[in-house]
Design a protein around this ligand. Structure first.
Ligand SMILES: *[C@@H]1O[C@H](CO)[C@@H](O)[C@H](O)[C@H]1NC(C)=O
Ligand SMILES: *[C@@H]1O[C@H](CO)[C@@H](O)[C@H](O)[C@H]1NC(C)=O
Ligand SMILES: *[C@@H]1O[C@H](CO)[C@@H](O)[C@H](O)[C@H]1NC(C)=O
Ligand SMILES: *[C@@H]1O[C@H](CO)[C@@H](O)[C@H](O)[C@H]1NC(C)=O
Length: 415
């Protein structure tokens, strides 16, 4: 018996050893992790997070109704860096370091916002132009090798080199992680064509095996050194505390259909929400926001533009849940706990608020739920939920999915 056992053990081990290389070979390579920097703009006045968010919101709706063609967008009204917190990655293009905004709400990648940090002018005369609703850039398009990070290079990436830009103080440009459709109309030589994005090229060059970007952002507290990470080629499951749920994207940018409840009250019926790393707040349709304001008892704070609540109202704050049907037909919800609805108190004075004030990160989009885009799930949501942006393999039409999972920050008391 003993002999039989050990020989079957040997056979079992041999089987494991022979199958191991095969199973390793067929599983997806690990995603490539790139750290995200957090740039806190501690200018003590002038931030208008609500206005910046609303400008961004208008830009998303304008994309839906734009006249096709080059340079058709309206000029911007506010700056993209008029945010208290901007998430950036440090990438190297043609041997130069650039700090680029991580933007899931746009798709062009460009550098040179800071005139002191620009590349040699390209030999081409192919103009590119992008307006963001908050900020705009005009420059020349060229092909470069982009080292997203030291171990993640994309060759022959078509990028913009700015000649003129407005609204990008303190950063060098943008790395756009939106679907490729958003690049349409940004290139003079090809007004109806698109420009393959960094993600598209990483995938087509075989550097990543799935066109998936995972985003993990930590909440902002003054003494919190953790900034977050991007995961290229898959989800970093070590950052999630639950399974991913995927929702179909319904527009040519990352936008999903969600409803919302505050405690037991439905405050938003199914509405198209953009999932956007480039917006600070959570913007809800105007009537939903009014319902939220009534239920929280919050009052608009003149200095910050945000809703302000009292400690007693904080005690009664309910969970704000976003609810949607995932790609498997199951209802899923991702929550902002009462603590997650608070603007980081450590930054109160930096938006012109009083140090002991309690401000809420939920604001009005200034529009109705009936707009094509009704709400934006910005950084304040994404700092509490892992997110993933998935472009289907071999499909460049942008009909992807957005995934969410809980993280250790979902229920954390950080504010
Ligand atoms: C880019 O910045 C990093 C970190 O500051 C530095 O180590 C590296 O040498 C820089 N690379 C270039 C090409 O300037
Ligand atoms: C580089 O990319 C452009 C499109 O951006 C393409 O037209 C060109 O053929 C590519 N060149 C090489 C060498 O792959
Ligand atoms: C910081 O925010 C202020 C107020 O919005 C803005 O004027 C300034 O350009 C921003 N600075 C940076 C470095 O982003
Ligand atoms: C949701 O839709 C129902 C049915 O049309 C309507 O009665 C209800 O008022 C709506 N709720 C909200 C919060 O808009």
């Amino acid at each position: 018996m003993a002999t039989l056992r050990s020989s079957s053990l040997v056979a079992f081990l041999a089987l494991c050893l022979t199958t191991l290389p095969t199973s390793l070979g067929s599983s997806s390579p690990a995603p490539i992790i790139v750290p995200v920097q957090r740039v806190v703009n501690s200018s003590t006045s002038g931030h208008n997070l609500v206005k910046a968010g609303q400008a961004r919101f208008e830009a998303f709706n304008r994309i839906q109704t734009r006249t096709k063609g080059f340079a058709s967008a309206a000029p911007p009204s506010t700056s993209l860096t008029d945010q208290i917190v901007t998430f950036t990655i440090n990438s190297v293009v043609a041997g130069k370091n650039f700090s680029l905004i991580v933007d899931t709400g746009s798709s062009n990648t460009w550098v040179g916002a800071n005139p002191a940090n620009r590349l040699q002018p390209p030999a081409t005369l192919d103009l590119f132009e992008v307006t963001y609703g908050s900020g705009a850039v005009l420059g020349l398009e060229t092909d470069e090798t982009v080292n997203v990070s030291p171990d993640l290079a994309v060759v022959n990436q078509s990028i913009g080199e700015a000649i003129e830009s407005v609204g990008f103080d303190g950063v060098d440009g943008i790395m756009g992680f939106g679907p490729v459709d958003l690049t349409e109309g940004t290139l003079s030589s090809s007004p109806t064509g698109t420009i393959p994005t960094v993600m598209d090229n990483l995938f087509s060059q075989g550097t990543i095996s799935s066109e998936t970007l995972g985003v993990f952002l930590a909440p902002t507290t003054e003494d919190d050194p953790v900034n977050g990470e991007l995961s290229f080629g898959g989800v970093d499951t070590s950052k999630a505390t639950g399974p991913m749920s995927f929702f179909q994207s319904t527009l040519p940018f990352w936008a999903i259909s969600q409803s919302a409840t505050f405690g037991d009250t439905t405050i938003m019926n199914l509405t198209t929400c953009v999932v956007d790393t480039g917006t600070t707040l959570v913007l809800l349709p105007d009537d939903t926001f009014t319902a939220y304001q009534d239920l929280t008892g919050g009052t608009p704070d003149a200095n910050t533009g945000l809703l302000s609540i009292t400690p007693a109202q904080l005690d009664n704050l309910q969970t704000l849940s976003f609810i949607g049907t995932d790609v498997n037909g199951e209802t899923q919800h991702f929550d902002l706990t009462p603590n997650a609805q608070l603007f980081p108190r450590a930054l109160n004075t930096e938006i012109g608020g009083s140090a002991d004030g309690i401000f809420l990160i939920v604001a009005s989009s200034g529009s109705s739920a009936a707009s094509e885009v009704g709400c934006i799930m910005g950084q304040s949501f994404l700092q509490r939920t892992y997110s993933a942006f998935v472009t289907p393999s071999g499909d460049s039409s942008g009909a992807g999915t957005v995934g969410f999972a809980t993280t250790p920050f979902t229920d954390a008391t950080t504010n």
